[in-house]
Each structure stands twice: as C-alpha cells, then as structure tokens.
Ligand binder design. Structure first.
Ligand SMILES: Nc1nc2c(ncn2[C@@H]2O[C@H](COP(=O)(O)OP(=O)(O)OP(=O)(O)O)[C@@H](O)[C@H]2O)c(=O)[nH]1
Ligand SMILES: [Mg+2]
Ligand SMILES: [Zn+2]
Length: 342
C-alpha cells in the first residue's frame, strides 16, 4: 500500500532545499568576488556572439568562439539554465579573457543523471551518439544495461566500446557475452587505445558527429581521446588497480575536443554507478530493446515477468528469444529504483 506522506516531512525537505539553494547562491556570489568576476561591467560588454561550451567547472565556463578562440565566462542568472559541455550559448566579451553567457540556445539532446537534492544533473548537451565504454578484462554488463536505458530514454544512439582488447583473456567468451547486444542491433567495437586495434574504425564513426565517452573510471576514456588530441591539450590519464580494474577518477569534469575529421568528442568523468532515478520503474522495460516487443503480450498488465502465468517475456526466454541475463538485469534495475523511491 502506498505510504501517505505527512506534510511535516515535505515541509522539512522543502526547508532544507531552500536553505541549500540560498547557501549555494551566497557561495556563488562570494566565490565570484574572490575570482574577480565583479569586473564584468555591463556597459563595456561586447556585442552578443555565439559560442560552444567546451567545459564547465565551478563558476568557470570555457566558451569557444566561432574563430576557435577560448574565453572564460560567467553565467548571468537570466540565462535560465546552467550551460554544460556541448551547449551552444550566446555570450558577450567583457575583456580579452573573460565574458558573460546571457543565454543557452535550445538543445537537441541532453544526457542527464540524478544529482543531489533529487535534481537531474545534465552531463552534456547536443550529443549525437554515446560511446558506452567498458573493458575486456572487467566487462560490466549491469552498468552497460543502465547506460543503454539512459541512452534509449534520451533518444541518443548508443555504441558499445570494449576497450583494452590487448588484455582479453578469452576473446571468444567475450563475444558470446556480447551476443544479445549484437542481436539487438547495437553497434559494438572491440578496440585497444594501447595497441591501436579498431581505432580507425572508431575514428570513422566519430566523423562530423558530436560523441561522448562514458563509463567507469579507468576504462580508458581519456586514453581514447589522447589518441587524436595533441599532447599539450590532451586529458590526463590515470592508473588502475589491477585486481579490481577500477580507476581513480582522473578526469573530474567533462571536456570537449575537436577532431580533424570534423568530429567532436566529449571526455567525461568516470562514475561507479549510473543512477536512473528519473526513469519510472514501470517504463524501464520498454527501454530494453529485446524485452520491449513482448511486454504487451503478458496476461496481466502489471506483470513483473518473474513468476506470472501467461507471461510472454518468460515464454520468449524459454524459446531462446531473450537472454535470461538481460531479464535479471532488468529486475536489478527495477529493484534499485524501488529502493530509491522510499
Ligand atoms: N592495457 C591497456 N591499458 C589501457 C588501454 N586504454 C587505457 N589503458 C590504461 O588504463 C588506465 C586508465 O585510463 P584512463 O584513460 O585514465 O581512464 P578513464 O576512463 O579516462 O578514467 P577516469 O578519467 O578516471 O574516468 C591508464 O593506465 C591507461 O594507460 C588499453 O587499450 N589497454
Ligand atoms: Mg579520464
Ligand atoms: Zn510478463
């Protein structure tokens, strides 16, 4: 039975949220003064121009102008939303190195994940394709499935990258694990940033598109970017704990780079868990490409596809149409959403 929320809890939460917003605002003003942003004098601002956000950290937004120059910008409150990597913005120059963003131009796509205070955090905007990066030695299909749900929900094309193929113990077994994904028509590339395997194929896919690399810390996202980006501008790469395969979050903010083939790539910080709390428990299954076609056929409309008679999903598993691992993965995601909603 649904729990009745008492109005006291809501009030308490609201109070917390309001005080957090106030605190953030005053922190922002203080930090801005410390960093010398008050020198942005309205009357001396240059005329509005369009730019591309290449990074956003703290109060600083790095904006690239149409000639390729970079300017550090503050965001005017009237811009409405916080600009993120990949955003097209309108900005005005205040002095040779600083400017102010006055508007964020409409986005054609956004990749989001839940952030603090139950708010959605936008990671990047205007992305054409998401490269979900994992590795041959620590293939994490659970996380892969979460990213796939996020990509499908955001209507952005996902492509699966298996990096560190040079470390693969058993490439055949790996390809077997990927069989359900191939059957769902996801494009899969087996690559190695170290040996260069598959890198020219990957480069072709990046041509004239905006792509983001996502995945756990240490899978090699920045190493891939370094393959194309000149040493002095390239991102740092980190170390990996050999037994767990986990990295140490070397990249801390998303950053955008241009390729010679007209492609644009965004390197993002690795994360341990990819929350999907913005997606309802009921709708998750519809983002599983292999399970979705059977959902309408179950006898009960609220079928959990675990034990019910007349379940089309379970019969499709019996017939070998869906891999049981994918149903288990769906159930795990649903459980995690259930927990987080209490
Ligand atoms: N053997 C092998 N090692 C690789 C490969 N690609 C990257 N690495 C190593 O993996 C480690 C982590 O690489 P990063 O590029 O920093 O990983 P990341 O995904 O950017 O990590 P975060 O920034 O923390 O999210 C480094 O020591 C790389 O040298 C590969 O194809 N093969
Ligand atoms: Mg990195
Ligand atoms: Zn069912």
């Amino acid at each position: 039975m649904p729990r009745k929320k008492s109005s006291r809890t809501i009030n308490h939460r609201q109070k917390e949220r309001i005080s957090a917003i106030r605190q953030r605002r005053s922190d922002r003003i203080n930090a801005r003064q410390e960093e010398g942003w008050e020198i942005l004098n309205e009357s001396t601002l240059g005329s509005p121009e369009e730019g591309l956000v290449i990074a956003h950290f703290g109060l600083n937004v790095e904006v690239e102008n149409q000639q390729g120059g970079i300017c550090r910008c503050a965001v005017r409150e009237t811009a409405g939303i916080e600009p993120v990597c990949g955003d097209r913005v309108v900005w005005q120059r205040a002095n040779p190195d600083q400017g102010v963003i006055t508007a964020v131009i409409d986005r054609h796509s956004t990749l989001q994940r839940p952030g603090p205070y139950r708010r959605l955090k936008t990671i990047a905007a205007n992305i054409d394709q998401i490269f979900i990066t994992t590795t041959s030695n620590h293939l994490n299909t659970g996380l892969l499935d979460r990213y796939l749900v996020a990509a499908e929900a955001a209507e952005i094309i996902p492509i699966l990258l298996i990096n560190k193929m040079d470390l693969a113990q058993n490439p055949e077994e790996l390809m077997e694990q990927m069989a359900p994904y191939r059957a769902m028509n996801y494009q899969i590339l087996a690559i190695s940033a170290t040996t260069g395997l598959g890198m020219s194929e990957l480069e072709q896919l990046l041509t004239e598109k905006t792509s983001i690399f996502v995945g756990q810390s240490g899978v090699g996202k920045s190493s891939l970017v370094r393959h194309w980006v000149p040493e002095k501008t390239a991102p740092a790469i980190g170390e990996v704990n050999h037994s767990t395969g986990k990295g140490r979050q070397t990249t801390t903010v998303a950053r955008l780079y241009h390729l010679e083939n007209g492609g644009t790539i965004i390197d993002s910080p690795g994360i341990r868990e990819f929350g999907l709390h913005n997606i309802s428990k009921e709708s998750v299954a519809s983002y599983f490409r292999d399970i979705a076609p059977y959902l309408q056929g179950c006898r009960f409309s609220n079928c959990s596809h675990s034990h019910e008679p007349g379940c089309r999903v379970l019969s499709a598993i019996k017939d070998g149409k869906i891999d049981i691992i994918r149903l288990k993965s769906l159930h795990r995601i649903q459980e995690s959403l259930e927990k987080s909603s209490h």
